[in-house]
Design a binder for this molecule. Structure first.
Ligand code: GTR
Length: 442
C-alpha cells in the first residue's frame, strides 16, 4: 500500500500541532503532560447510573438488582476489565504454618496455600493471616500486597516469596525477593493496630495470581484458566477483546482468598473488608463490585481505572494507563484512549455496583496523578444508587472536595483526602478501622 506513508505523515504533523496547545493528551512522540488544571478539564456528561442502556429509568430496587446491576457488571467486563472464569472446582487448601503465639500471644499467624488445581503443582496462592486470639470468629481485612507476604512484617517465619516480582521493591534482586526485603512494606500494614482493634489481617502477593508484566497472558493463573475465558484459539486468532486483563485476574484471586476465609472457622466471612492501594485499589474496587460476598470495600489512592472518573482526564488518563500498562485492562479499553466520552460507563458506576454495601474512598493531596477530586466525585455520583437502596451514601451535598484531613466517615460512602503523598499510612488505616467498626457494629 504505497499511499499509506504519505497519509500518516500529515496526521502525525496534526497531532504534533495539537499537542502544543492541548495538555492531558498523548503527544505524537508518546510523551505526555498531565493536566492538573481544573479549568482545562473537558466538558463531559456522565452516564446515568439509574438509566438502563435502552433508556428506561431505574426507579425501584428490583429493577436495579435484576436489570441495571447485571447490565453494569457486563459493561465493565466488556469495556474495561474483562471477563473472568468462576471458582475452580478442584481448589483445595493446605495450612503450612499455624503459630498461636504471634504478636506476643495476641494473634495466631497462619499461612495457607490455596491450590487451584487437583494436584499440588503451581501456580498456587499463599495467604498470610494474623488472627486475633480473642473474640473469634473475627471480621477481617483482606488485601493484596506488592512485594510478597514477607514484606509486610519483619517476622522471619513468614515464607519468603520465590515468584517473579518487579524490581522496584527494596531487597528485590534480579526480579526476586531476598531476605533484605523482609518487612520493607511494614508501614503500609499496621498488623498490631489491626489485631488490637479485633480484626484479622489476610494478605497475598498479587504476583502469585498474575505477575505484573506484559507477557501476553502466558503465566500466572492465565496459564491454567485462560482458555475458559477465550475458548480455543487457533494460531493467529485474536484474543477476545473482553478477556480478563491482570486487574481482573487479581480481583479473581481476592475472591479465591475469600473462598478460603469462608472455610476458616476463626473468621467471620460475612464481615470481610477488601482493601487495596493504587493498582491494587483498582483491583479491590472491581473485586468488591463483582463479588457481593465482600461486606465492605476500600480504595486507597486508586486513581485512573479505579475510583477516579475517566472523563475528567485529570492526571493519568486512559491513554496513559493503557500505554504504560497494556496488560491491566481488557483490549477493548484501548478504544477509549483519548476518547473517554465514548465509554458506556464511568467509574462512579463502579462505586455504585458496591451499593448498598459500604465503600471508603481515600485520596492524598500530593497524589494529583490519581485525581483526588475525580475520586471524590465518583463517590458523590454513586449517591443516587445508594439512596435508591435505602442507605445514606456520601453525606453532604457538595461536589467540592472536603477539607484536608477531615474524613467523612459516618455514611455508607466514606471519603478522605489526607496530607501527603501516594501511599498507605496509619492515618488511612485508622479511618478504615473506624468505618469498619461503624458498619460491622463493633
Ligand atoms: C502508577 C500508575 C497508577 C497506579 C500506580 C501503582 O504507575 O500510573 O495508575 O496504579 O502505578 O499502582 O503504584
Amino acid at each position: 500500500m504505497t499511499g499509506t506513508p504519505q497519509m500518516i505523515k500529515p496526521l502525525l504533523r496534526l497531532t504534533t500541532i495539537l499537542s502544543l496547545s492541548v495538555i492531558g493528551i498523548a503527544h505524537a512522540d508518546d510523551s505526555f503532560e498531565p493536566n492538573y488544571d481544573e479549568s482545562l478539564i473537558p466538558e463531559y456528561t456522565l452516564p446515568d447510573a439509574l438509566t438502563l442502556q435502552d433508556g428506561t429509568a431505574v426507579a425501584d430496587v428490583e429493577t436495579w438488582k435484576t436489570k441495571r446491576r447485571p447490565e453494569l457488571i457486563k459493561l465493565f467486563e466488556e469495556h474495561v476489565y474483562g471477563r473472568a472464569p468462576g471458582k475452580p472446582e478442584a481448589m483445595h487448601f493446605e495450612t503450612l504454618d499455624n503459630e498461636p503465639q504471634a504478636l506476643d500471644g495476641a494473634a495466631t499467624r497462619r499461612q495457607v496455600r490455596i491450590y487451584l488445581t487437583e494436584g499440588t503443582e503451581g501456580p498456587f496462592l499463599d495467604l498470610l493471616m494474623y488472627v486475633p486470639n480473642e473474640g473469634r470468629p473475627v471480621p477481617a481485612f483482606l488485601g493484596l500486597n506488592f512485594y510478597g507476604n514477607h514484606s509486610i512484617a519483619a517476622d522471619p517465619n513468614i515464607r519468603l516469596n520465590m515468584n517473579w516480582m518487579r524490581d522496584k521493591g527494596e531487597g528485590v534482586v534480579d526480579n526476586h525477593a531476598t531476605d533484605e526485603s523482609r518487612g520493607t512494606s511494614a508501614s503500609r500494614w499496621p498488623v498490631e493496630m489491626i489485631v488490637k482493634r479485633g480484626y484479622a489481617l489476610a494478605t497475598m502477593y498479587y504476583g502469585d495470581i498474575d505477575p505484573d508484566t506484559d507477557d501476553d497472558f502466558q503465566n500466572g493463573v492465565h496459564a491454567i484458566f485462560d482458555k475458559q475465558v477465550t475458548g480455543e484459539l487457533a494460531e493467529g486468532d485474536p484474543r477476545p477483546t473482553d478477556a480478563w486483563g491482570s486487574i481482573a485476574t487479581w480481583a479473581w484471586g481476592l475472591s479465591r482468598s475469600l473462598d478460603y476465609l469462608e472455610e476458616d472457622p476463626d473468621i467471620n466471612a460475612a464481615r470481610v473488608a477488601v482493601m487495596g492501594h493504587s493498582r491494587l485499589g483498582k483491583t479491590a474496587l472491581w473485586a468488591g463490585a463483582e463479588d457481593e460476598r465482600f461486606a465492605l470495600v476500600i480504595s486507597n489512592n486508586s486513581g485512573c481505572g479505579g475510583a477516579a472518573l475517566s472523563r475528567r482526564a485529570f492526571g493519568e488518563t486512559v491513554w496513559r494507563i493503557n500505554t504504560s500498562f497494556p496488560h491491566w485492562f481488557n483490549d477493548k479499553f484501548q478504544e477509549y484512549n483519548n476518547n473517554e466520552s465514548a465509554l458506556p460507563i464511568d467509574q462512579h458506576e463502579l462505586i455504585a455496583l458496591i451499593a448498598p454495601r459500604p465503600v471508603y474512598i481515600a485520596s492524598a493531596v500530593e497524589d494529583r496523578w490519581a485525581d483526588p477530586h475525580g475520586e471524590y466525585l465518583s463517590g458523590y455520583h454513586a449517591n443516587p444508587v445508594y439512596q435508591l437502596l435505602g442507605t445514606t451514601g456520601l453525606p453532604g451535598e457538595s461536589t467540592e472536595l472536603p477539607p484536608v484531613d477531615e474524613p467523612i466517615k459516618t455514611g455508607t460512602i466514606g471519603y478522605h483526602i489526607r496530607t501527603g503523598k501516594h501511599d498507605v499510612t496509619s492515618f488511612d488505616w485508622q479511618q478504615y478501622l473506624d468505618f469498619a467498626d461503624l458498619h460491622f457494629n463493633k
